[in-house]
Write a protein that binds this ligand. Structure first.
Ligand SMILES: [Zn+2]
Length: 323
């Protein structure tokens, strides 16, 4: 695979630590979403399992372990992630204690190829409390050649007792110029890159996703629609139904939250500010409260309730901030 510069730097640090014998059993791969953390965890896992690493310290790709790894049948790696629910029509929203207990039992087995055992937990912040407690037990009993790669973009949701037992591998948002240069190499049009990076707060992976999937035009739509609600040209309930009409509701709310936060953080004087085309209300305390309300709504929309009413309520609040 080809790595982005920020993936390369994390991988280099981990491999250097491995060479020097200071790579911990438990690693916390942490950084914003869409930076390729899980991909780096996979590369690292393959390297830890490889029986004949190359001179530049990567997996050889030829030994028995690497061959099985490539075929997806290497029994010495376990991936713990969100599993399908009982009906099998959706993913669960949590990593369960049973999954972590099974992982603990698996770690107590002898490695099939006589080398290392590696587990990747992603997204680790999806572990519920019981699962976290079970993981803590595993962390308290480290054994040789057993590695646990814990991947999260929300480290704050993991108990401090877990975080403190891990070596941290941090993915950092690159400098703007590096992010731009990388997006150009990914084949994106120069003209769109800056607005995508603005919208993604400098996260190149996220900007790439939006550039590739029409996220930028969706964001422009959100701006137009919020402006229309603000001026009373569009009713909150109508917009709520429109936003819930396809699978993009969560992304729209995310853009709305982002725009509100951006506006609230750019408070200059009391005059209504224009930012990125969104007409922003003058009442900043209300705007901040609205930002909190969006995030509550995003949580609520995950539960099966009358979604359109919740969302319409949120948009009605937006309307009240304008004369
Ligand atoms: Zn190998």
């Amino acid at each position: 695979m080809s790595y982005s510069p920020w993936q390369r730097s994390v991988l280099d640090n981990a491999l250097a630590a491995l060479t020097e014998g200071r790579l911990a059993h438990a690693l916390l791969l942490v950084g914003p979403a869409h930076m390729g953390k899980t991909a780096v965890a996979d590369v690292l896992a393959q390297r830890l399992l490889c029986s004949a690493p190359t001179t530049d310290n990567l997996a050889c790709g030829r030994c028995r372990s690497c061959t099985l790894y490539a075929a997806g049948t290497n029994g010495d790696i376990q991936r713990v992630t969100l599993e399908p629910n009982e009906k099998g029509d959706k993913l669960r929203t949590e990593i369960t204690v049973d999954q972590i207990r099974r992982l603990g039992q698996w770690f107590s087995l002898t490695p099939q190829l006589g080398g290392a055992q590696v587990a990747v937990i992603a997204p680790a912040d999806a572990m519920n409390v019981a699962a976290s407690n079970a993981l803590l037990k595993t962390l308290e009993e480290p054994s040789a050649n057993r590695f646990l790669l814990i991947v999260t973009s929300r480290p704050g949701r993991l108990p401090a007792t877990i975080r403190s037992r891990c070596q941290r591998l941090e993915f950092r948002i690159p400098a703007r110029s590096d992010a731009r240069a990388w997006l150009v190499t990914q084949g994106f049009k120069d003209a769109d890159i800056d607005s995508a990076l603005d919208a993604a707060r400098g996260q190149p992976g996220l900007a790439a996703e939006w550039l590739g999937q029409g996220g930028l035009s969706l964001r422009r739509e959100v701006i137009t629609e919020l402006n229309a609600v603000g001026t009373g040209k569009l009713s909150p309930i109508e917009l709520a139904q429109r936003w819930l009409g396809d699978e993009q509701g969560e992304l729209r709310l995310r853009f709305a939250a982002d725009l509100a936060l951006d506006a609230a953080s750019r408070r200059v004087g009391a005059a209504p500010a224009e930012r990125g085309g969104l007409t922003v209300p003058a009442d900043f305390p209300k705007l901040s409260a609205w930002f909190d309300a969006i995030n509550r709504t995003r949580e609520q929309l995950k539960a099966p309730i009358r979604n359109d009413l919740v969302l319409a309520g949120l948009l009605r609040e937006w309307r009240t901030m304008f004369p």
